[in-house]
Design a protein around this ligand. Sequence first.
Ligand code: NAD
Length: 499
Amino acid sequence: MTHAPFTLLHHIGAGDLPSDNGAVFELRSPTDGALVGRVARGTGFEVDLAVAAARAAFGAWSTTPAPARGEVLFRAALLLQARKEAIAEVMAREMGKRLEEARGDVQEAIDTAFYAGSEGRRLFGHTAPSELSDKMGFTLRRPIGVVGVITAWNFPVAVPSWKILPALVCGNTIVWKPAEEAPASGALFAQTLWDAGLPEGVLNVVHGFGDEVGAAIVAHPDTRVLTFTGSTPVGRSIAEIGGRMLKRVSLEMGGKNPVIVMPDADLSLAIDGVLWGAFGTAGQRCTATSRLIAVGDAHGRMLGDLVRRAEAMRLGDPLDAATEVGPLVSEAQRARVHGFVERAVAAGASLKCGGSIPTSAALGGGWFYPATVVDGVQRGSELAMSEVFGPVLAVIRAADFDEAVEIANEVPYGLSSSIYTRDVNAAMRAVHRLQAGITYVNAPTIGAEAHFPFGGVKDTGNGHREGGWAPYEFFTELKTVYFDYSGTLQRAQIDNREG
Ligand code: NAD
């Protein structure tokens, strides 16, 4: 199917506009290199305009009753449902995610919109008794101001929805820079909010690159809150700048997620899970299974079947239902992934399948890389420790449960983790000992649900969580109210004490 290339503009205040300097960048399909669209390339100038629009909109939006704000999100959820297929198709074309998974990406935003919409009728504070008579205390949640949102390309709708929808229902206004590799599906997501009745200026979108638009959002004195998903080095720099400016900063960054398979596990279930975890979205997930830690004889008993099935995974057009592994997002990303495999093999690891750039004419022009399994990966080696962000599974052997947990925990990251076992004691010990924000038992490392907290420890995050109930705390300022109805001066810590 051929599509005419589109033109994507910024959306600031009431409408769409090109860059002041007229600059654009081209978006090319990772599947065949075809021109998908031309995108306005913003600068600090557009960021200034967008922040001003968001500031101007803050007064009215922050005082709109939260249940009414939530109703906008419910309407957006219904529009997203109606437009799910169209958005998923654009996503598959622009960044190469298989259509089935792209639909899941949009579904996550729909689920989040319903959850966030309902939060408009909660946004609970606390009440507590006072230590004095005829006095009470309670807390309430106040919107903060303009939120700067910066997101990665691999979940172009789901991840932004985790940030934007809670921030909105909490009464904040937003300047968002979608990833430059996948701006179009994100723009369609934003359009559902505008079409659902979000007032002008409440959500502003500025397209462009990280060091131009992203950096300007981070450094702008009026973005009091920053929420970022992307790589650990960029997140670290955002935390440094935001920290100096006393901004509230939430970071979701890289992962190196392990699946531990114990000898007593249902190995066929474990193989299903490892294949889905490692090669779903061509491994380009922060939660991708990038390490299989096979304990004892689980290694020998599962590796043959695992490799046979990985080898058979079909590369192809993400819009073709028969495709099992789509292209990587860019040529640079493919070269990076291939480099990890080449260096691991040169260092003595054993390539079991994949590991070479396809030459088939049918895949010509696309950034494809096959499902790759590397066995005999040594603890502490580059492939054991670094995030690859591609369809590469490192297999590491462990003698027993304790060694497996030690291996799982020795990377700098801590996002997702998993153990396959039938032993409830081993499962619970792993739940407590694995250093990760998420642990799955008898399931792969991927598959977050909108109503549970999502995030990681160590170099993956800075202590915040998206999804579930946590972001409503992040996107609000807590106000404590003391209400004295005694009609007298009552002095805490003094009048209710003898002597
Ligand atoms: P990246 O850090 O290069 O880019 C992410 C976003 O930050 C993009 O919008 C980019 O334009 C912007 N950016 C880049 N430099 C910037 C700067 N100096 N100032 C402000 N913004 C800047 O990440 P990527 O390589 O595109 O994405 C892949 C990474 O994202 C992986 O490490 C992956 O694990 C991570 N990720 C994490 C999660 C999570 O929830 N933990 C989810 C998805 C992806």
